[in-house]
Ligand binder design. Structure first.
Ligand code: ATP
Ligand code: MG
Ligand code: MG
Ligand code: MG
Length: 565
């Protein structure tokens, strides 16, 4: 084993803070800033200081090793990309405000890559011509850019962030399934090695397009996703992806809903007048039927009926387009609305306990806009549908009927069987075994490398600070000189011996700080082992603390060495 350089706190660029940063909402945000791992540059854009950089690198190394192990080849594509391929795929428009767009001196449009399906498809089209060149799996670890609407949780949701993205290219559906399975297994090994508690759940594909997809979620209170799981049968899905088999429309709704007969050939205005409310009102405690069919259900304290969304069932009134921005933080209006990412239409399923699995309240979305009072098919073409069910704890499991549990989690990885969407757009064919061109089928697989750092912090931190799993910690052991002269000399001796034994050592050799301050900093920084030379240094005795359990024990250096190596 090679000797590592000792990192000295006296020179390390890592200033610890006693106070939480004012704008920090999540634990990882507070602690990573306070412990000197990251600093904010601008909203959602982060500076990685030496300790943070080391953790990021350790996560990347594990990811790299496991990607290499399944035969994926590492490449590095540009982050600065021309508009054209994103026009070909349709995502120049579909991505909406999420895309960072820029222009060069000649007036040509560019973007900063949010994900790279288009460019990888072009690379393979350029490099692979025969079925013999496939399958191929390519990956990169690279900076991604997304102009997130609310980049608030530190590195959990950056506007600039590190992603490992990989792509598989196969000639057959079975090949794609195999590549997908390889990635799925590699991801399980990665998150296990990283010490991250994680679940694999069914997911919707969102802006990537394509069919089968699963997410890797790290349970944590700070997570922005919610997943439903069933203890009885093992079912697990992002609540966005929970679907129930369609049930017949119930004649009557039960529960605290009041029925109302609408006038003949109602318009929004006549309905509103009948109810004595403005045409723009949203109403609770209301069931709307048109020609005997339930078209909307409002529930006290939960779902409201937005009269504006009844357009499909009413004579054309005003067709009004409002932008997606108007729906941010309005879950009352947009339950099921999934963001300005190219979803064309969302159907709102009424609470199954009000009218079991039945009534559909229909809103119509298209990229960047939510269209009110429009009729899909009449006012614009619809080519994709997404069904969204609002799930609550105790709702029936779609597979076995037992009660579902709901938990918050952080999306750390996402794997997709894309199919031929991008190959079709770019005409990606290879010459098949029979001498005829064969259309290639693709998978796409992402891990939020920088987000994983924050997810690990969220899951492992305690009241004293960060507490890294050994696989990602910025050092193996944090040696503290709790005093000058004899304690400092023993700490230096211990640090040298540990480094020579192949351990990564962080040495607190700072002068003029009390042992208490140094220990508080060591606990905040969260290296797995803390070795203190202090009170009994003159006898050659050190104190070894296990950061995670808090267990302390006094021992001589030789014993500490054999314990740690
Ligand atoms: P989210 O739902 O959190 O916005 P996403 O579904 O848009 O994420 P993907 O397109 O699936 O993200 O990208 C792959 C991975 O990249 C995600 O699973 C996540 O770990 C990571 N990621 C996505 N957006 C961000 C971000 N803004 N900051 C940090 N990591 C991110
Ligand atoms: Mg996103
Ligand atoms: Mg997501
Ligand atoms: Mg995703």
């Amino acid at each position: 084993m090679s000797t590592h350089v000792i990192q000295r706190m006296s020179t390390l660029l890592a200033k610890t803070l006693r106070e939480d940063p004012a704008d920090a909402e999540t634990l990882s945000h507070k602690l990573l800033v306070r412990a000197g791992y990251v600093r904010r540059s601008s909203a959602g854009v982060w500076i990685w200081l030496p300790l943070g950089r080391k953790v990021l690198e350790n996560v990347s190394r594990v990811v790299r090793e496991e990607m290499d192990a399944i035969g994926a080849q590492e490449v590095l594509l540009p982050a600065l990309l021309p508009r054209e391929p994103y026009e070909v795929s349709g995502r120049w428009d579909e991505y909406g405000d999420l895309l960072f767009r820029l222009r060069d001196r000649k007036g040509a449009d560019y973007l900063l890559g949010p994900t790279h399906e288009e460019i990888f498809t072009q690379v393979v089209k350029d490099q692979c011509t025969s079925y013999k060149d496939l399958p191929v799996m390519l990956y990169q670890i690279q900076t991604k850019y997304r102009d997130e609407a609310r980049p608030r949780s530190g590195v959990l949701r950056g506007r600039e962030f590190q992603m490992k993205d990989s792509y598989s290219f196969d000639v057959s559906d079975e090949g794609l399934e195999h590549s997908y399975a390889l990635h799925r297994a590699a991801y399980q090994r990665i998150f296990t090695r990283l010490g991250l508690d994680h679940r694999i759940v069914s997911a919707v594909s969102g802006a990537m397009g394509g069919s089968a997809s699963e997410e890797f979620l790290a349970p944590a209170a700070a997570g922005e996703d919610t997943f439903a799981s069933c203890a009885a049968c093992g079912y697990a899905a992002n609540t966005e992806a929970v679907t129930y088999p369609p049930a017949p429309v119930a004649a009557e709704a039960a529960g605290p809903v009041e029925e109302l007969d609408t006038p003949d050939t109602p318009t929004i205005e006549t309905l509103a007048a009948h109810l004595g409310v403005p045409a723009s009102a949203t109403l609770k405690n209301l069931l709307v039927k048109v020609d005997g069919e339930i078209v909307a259900v409002g529930v006290p304290g939960d779902r409201e009926v937005d009269l504006g969304k009844l357009g499909e069932h009413l004579a054309p009134a005003v067709v009004e387009l409002v932008t997606a921005e108007d729906f941010v933080d309005r879950p009352d209006l947009v339950r099921g609305y999934v963001g300005p990412q190219g979803l064309d239409k969302v159907r709102y399923l009424a609470d199954p306990r009000v009218a079991p699995g039945t009534a559909w309240v229909t809103g119509a979305n298209r990229p960047d806009t939510h269209a009110r009072n429009v009729v899909c098919g009449r006012d614009f073409e619809v080519d994709r549908y997404l069904d969204v069910v609002v799930v609550e704890p105790g709702d029936p499991c779609p597979e076995c009927g037992a009660g579902l549990s709901l938990d918050r989690a952080i999306e750390v990885g996402h794997i997709f069987q894309l199919g031929r969407k991008y190959a079709d757009a770019f005409g990606l064919d290879v010459l098949g075994r029979e001498g005829k061109p064969v259309r290639v089928t693709m998978g796409s697989y992402g891990i939020g490398v920088s987000r994983v750092v924050a997810a690990l912090a969220e899951q492992t931190a305690d009241g004293r600070g960060l507490c890294w799993p050994a696989s990602v910690a910025p050092a193996d052991v944090h040696v503290v000189a709790a005093g000058k002269a004899v304690p400092l000399a023993l700490a230096e001796q211990a640090a040298t011996a540990l480094a020579e034994a192949g351990l990564r050592v962080l040495l607190d050799d700072r002068a003029g700080l009390s042992p208490g301050v140094k220990l508080t900093d060591a606990e905040l920084i969260g290296v797995p082992w803390i070795l203190v030379a202090g009170r009994r240094a003159s006898e050659g005795v050190l104190e070894l603390q296990d950061r995670a359990t808090g267990t302390r024990e006094e021992l001589p250096l030789t014993e500490a060495l054999s314990r740690l190596t």
